[in-house]
Design a protein around this ligand. Sequence first.
Ligand code: PAF
Length: 331
Amino acid sequence: MSKLFSTSLLSGAAALVGLGLATGGALAQTEVKIGYALSPDSHYGVAAAKFEEVVEAETDGKFEFKHFPSSGLGGEREVIEGLQIGTIEATIVSSGTLSNFVPETGVVDIPFLFRDLGHARRVLDGPVGQEILVKFDDVGLHALAWGEQGFRHITNNRNQITQPSDVEGLKIRTMENPVHLEAFETLGAAPTPMAWPEVVSSLQQGVIDGQENPLSVIVSVKLNEVQKYLTLSGHVYSPAILLVSKPFWDGLSDEDKAAFEKGATEAVAAMRAFVDEVEESGVATLKERGMDVGELSPEQKAAFQQAVQPAYESYYEQYDKSVIDRIIATE
Ligand code: PAF
């Protein structure tokens, strides 16, 4: 009897040690590797830090975040694939390669579709955006929220741009995004889809003349060091998305899921506030750094819109026209 008693005491103590309680130590934390393409002081870095802060506060530090900024885990496509197989837990990515995973996301990449940041945010936070988010669960991913980068603008080393003919033959890097690729082909440019980690060196070596990204990216990456001209073309809105691995998500308790959802909501608010600020200050910063900055007038922008029209035929074939109409009709 006494042997039985001491054995059960011992196994109970072992269980407590295993839980880290008997020694007064902390509970083992679950690691969350979060990868993103930009630096810690970018809109992605700020959002990732807020995400961690909220999840940590809501779960009493149950999760240990490990950040991999500046493409530390590879290009966006590779990182998303890592989430699918469960080797990476979370990421913040652009819409660049998303339509290769969930084809319906391509609709948000159509040029000149969103009128301004407010319009885009209302669409993405509303029914159209949320209907797209749920589709990620079918492909090994779980989408927590839409974030954003701002409107994309063209930078290059060849010439300032005021009319569509100025981009003719321009070797411009696009994201690995069929909608963007088609738009630049339609404009007569020579677009090259390329993963982000190769872009800066390709610009430096003159493999490409230019690229396009929002002010948030141009400022944080200091693209002024490798690009002379910035044209505020605002040709397309650039959303971002906060994704977690589906295998990871499925292993969370309901309380932990609620903590991650709250973290994502606050992360997106921080990201959008950052974008608002850089949209205000970014042009002055880039001029100070020596960039030649031009802005398309409404008439010049309309000429680009007109020139890209032929691509719309194929967009209407690929994407549900009623979704495009709902986006346009969103107040
Ligand atoms: O151009 C891109 O690929 C994206 O906008 C970037 C810079 C990787 C941010 O997601």
